[in-house]
Design a protein around this ligand. Structure first.
Ligand code: UGA
Length: 435
């Protein structure tokens, strides 16, 4: 069975490499020539643990091309993995997806299973069927197979998922999809297409809701003198709640949660449904970052300081991705309030530079990117940790304290132990912690 992947971003590349690892012949297609040239040389354009190593192991099973006609004609199953970003107004930009479908419709030459992995509005599969039928009179199947992998652990999430969701309407495609995933030992949820499309949005919205919920609990913990880590442990052991996604902090970011929440709100609006709870999830997330900035500004005003050292730029650890990163939002707000920023991240400095350049001169002129976690804190009035890279735990915090002008440490991800930080002499503040 030959597989083609259309769109080689995080999801597409991981899917392609993982299927090649499972022994399938895979054709990966993307319009970006530079990306394809690099991949043909074994160079992975993103930082994702294990991906480059695995690609180099499975090189013989995988072809990278910009030729969509070749990819479609030579394959039995086509996975569409193109991006579906948010527009300014929060609605879903389907232009890459529509382009892929119109290309498929033009060149499809026999029975194929067209599998949608991109996150798309409920009902899209029906539209795909209609579009292809306009050009192709033969038999084909459309399937929805949402992806739940996380950046930073993408390969593991693909090969050892909690479940595989397959939305399907005919027996032939069901057999093929079951066979494709037969080598992965995990529960398979075989369902109708619309439910599969809805499962993807629901999963991301629910996880984001957990984060906003624990963040509000953390804010109350600060007021009543409780510790949110203890509270999360205490509720997380209840199997109905579960221990995951209860880390309080400065909120969620990334290319998925913000986009999919806006997407689900748009879907609800389109169907005249006011999804109150989900609106609150976004509001709480924004407030969490604003609240963090306010705390830093209060200290700087009190101490007549203006220099903030930032540890972390990526939207979460183990990735170089800064899309919708809380770190960048916080930096932007601090600069608008007149702060000078020194920033360090183990992997994401280059991407952060590009993103801040887009925001304008004012931002790029007030930030220094420094590729050393000690250098970055020199003469700082405040240290703000915004991404919980585990390497920060190996840093000599006494040295950090001595290098700073003032020992204020705001830990936006609750990475450190408050008692230890106090012992070293920091004025330490986490999110919802007891001291
Ligand atoms: C998320 C989902 O977890 C994946 O299942 C899904 O496939 C993916 O979106 C997608 O739709 O493509 P991802 O965005 O890579 O994956 O990262 P997560 O690990 O979910 O983290 C998202 C954000 O939530 C990060 O900013 C992280 O710092 C934050 N977070 C996570 C918290 O603030 N607290 C937590 O307890 C957990």
């Amino acid at each position: 069975m030959k597989i083609s992947i259309i769109g080689i971003g995080y999801v597409g590349l991981t899917t392609g490499v993982a299927f090649a690892f499972l022994g399938y012949e895979v054709i990966c297609m993307d319009k970006d020539e530079e990306k394809i040239n690099n991949l043909n040389k074994g160079i992975v354009p993103i930082y994702e643990p294990g991906l480059e190593e695995m690609l180099n192991k499975v090189k013989n099973n995988i072809i990278f091309t910009t030729d969509i006609e070749y990819a479609i004609k030579k394959s039995d199953v086509i996975f569409i993995c193109v991006g579906t970003p948010s527009r300014e107004d929060g609605s879903i930009d389907m232009s890459y997806f529509k382009e892929a479908i119109s290309e498929i419709a033009k060149v499809i030459n026999g029975y194929k299973v067209i599998v949608n992995k991109s996150t798309v509005p409920v009902g899209t599969a029906d539209w795909v069927k209609e579009e292809i039928k306009k050009c192709f009179k033969g038999e084909f199947s459309v399937v929805s197979n949402p992806e739940f992998l996380r950046e930073g652990s993408a390969l593991k999430d693909f090969l050892e998922p909690d479940r595989i969701v397959i939305g399907i309407e005919d027996e032939k495609a069901k057999e093929i999809m079951t066979e494709i995933y037969s080598k992965i030992n995990s529960p398979k949820v075989i369902t109708d297409i619309r439910s599969a499309e809805m499962i993807k949005y629901t999963a991301n919205a629910f996880l984001a809701m957990k984060i906003s919920f624990i963040n509000e609990i953390a804010n109350i913990c600060e007021k009543v003198g409780a510790d949110v880590k203890e509270v999360a442990k205490g509720i997380g052991l209840d199997k109905r709640i579960g221990p995951y996604f209860l880390n309080a902090g400065i909120g969620y970011g990334g290319s998925c949660f913000p986009k999919d929440i806006d997407g689900l709100l748009t879907i609800a609006n389109t169907h005249n449904y006011d999804f109150k709870l989900l609106k609150a999830v976004t509001e709480v997330n924004e407030y969490q970052q604003e609240r963090f900035v306010k705390k830093i500004i209060n200290i700087l005003e009190r101490e007549n300081g203006d220099t903030v050292a930032i540890w972390g730029l990526a939207f979460k650890p183990n990735t170089d991705d800064v899309r919708k990163s809380p770190a960048l939002k916080i930096i932007k707000r601090l600069i608008e309030k007149g702060c000078k920023i020194n920033a360090y991240d183990p992997k994401a400095i280059e991407n952060a530079k590009k993103e801040l350049q887009l925001l304008g001169d004012r931002y790029i002129q007030n930030i220094h990117f420094i590729a050393d976690p000690y250098e970055v804190v020199k003469e700082a009035d405040v240290l703000a940790l915004v991404t919980e890279w585990s390497e920060f735990l190996n840093i000599d915090m006494r040295k950090v304290k001595d290098l700073m002008r003032k020992p204020y440490f705001f830990d936006g991800r609750n990475l450190f132990d408050p008692k230890e930080m106090k012992k070293i002499g920091f004025n330490y503040e986490g999110i919802g912690r007891k001291y």
